[in-house]
Write a protein that binds this ligand. Structure first.
Ligand code: URA
Length: 212
């Protein structure tokens, strides 16, 4: 964890190794997409460390015992379109029974303001824990807008997970939603004048889907 208790830096060597491979500008679309999925699955271990579990009885080949299981149906992975999709695949590998929500936001290229074009979530959000997936916490505008929109539905809890953050994005999200924990694999230096993170990963949507 970093100085703030609500910013979790997932600095496991495996995660850092894969983030470094993703930074390479000559990484193929195939390998970039696979790495997004793998890093997200690895980050799920940290993000879900405090996930709610309940006890169940289980019959082993030897005898009956008790174990704990996560109730995946109470968990909602919210993909912020379109770049969140790659992270969603990795998270679902770890918790295949989780529910999925989608928020479509695009960034106005001139003002960087987040504009919503799609919103679809499971019902009964007051009983569900939400994990918002958006790979780049850059200006923070889309993260703030996504969390704000989700909170209108009064979910049980909200966490925000990204691959890379920068100080500007963390400050914006912390200011708007101080109680929402942020999970990131790295905190990069700064934003450039186009709202991209430096040194960063470039445009994660384009790199994931090969639309460069
Ligand atoms: N979105 C991206 O894909 N990359 C950035 O650096 C910032 C926002």
């Amino acid at each position: 964890m970093t100085g703030s208790q609500l910013v979790h830096l997932v600095d496991h060597p495996l995660v850092q190794h894969k983030i470094t491979l993703m930074r390479r500008k000559d990484a193929s679309t195939n390998s970039f997409r696979r790495l997004v999925r793998e890093v997200s699955a690895l980050m799920a271990y940290e993000v879900l460390r405090d996930a709610a579990v309940h006890e169940v009885e289980v019959q082993t080949p030897m005898e009956t015992t008790t174990g704990t299981v996560i109730d995946g149906k109470k968990l909602v992975f919210v993909s912020v379109l379109r770049a969140g999709t790659g992270m969603l695949d990795g998270m679902l590998e770890v918790v295949p029974s989780a529910r999925v929500g989608h928020i479509g936001l695009y960034r106005d290229p001139r003002t960087f303001v987040a504009v919503e074009y799609y919103f679809k979530m499971p019902g009964d959000l007051d009983e569900r824990d939400l994990v918002v997936l958006d790979p780049m916490l850059a200006t923070g505008n889309s993260a703030v807008a996504a969390v704000e929109r989700l909170r209108e539905q009064q979910p049980k809890s909200v966490k925000f997970v990204c691959l890379l953050a920068c100080p500007e994005g963390i400050a914006a999200l912390r200011e708007a939603h101080p109680d929402v924990p942020i999970y990131t694999a790295a905190i990069d230096r700064e934003l450039d004048e186009h709202g991209y993170i430096l040194p960063g990963l470039g445009d994660v949507g384009d790199r994931t889907f090969g639309t460069r």
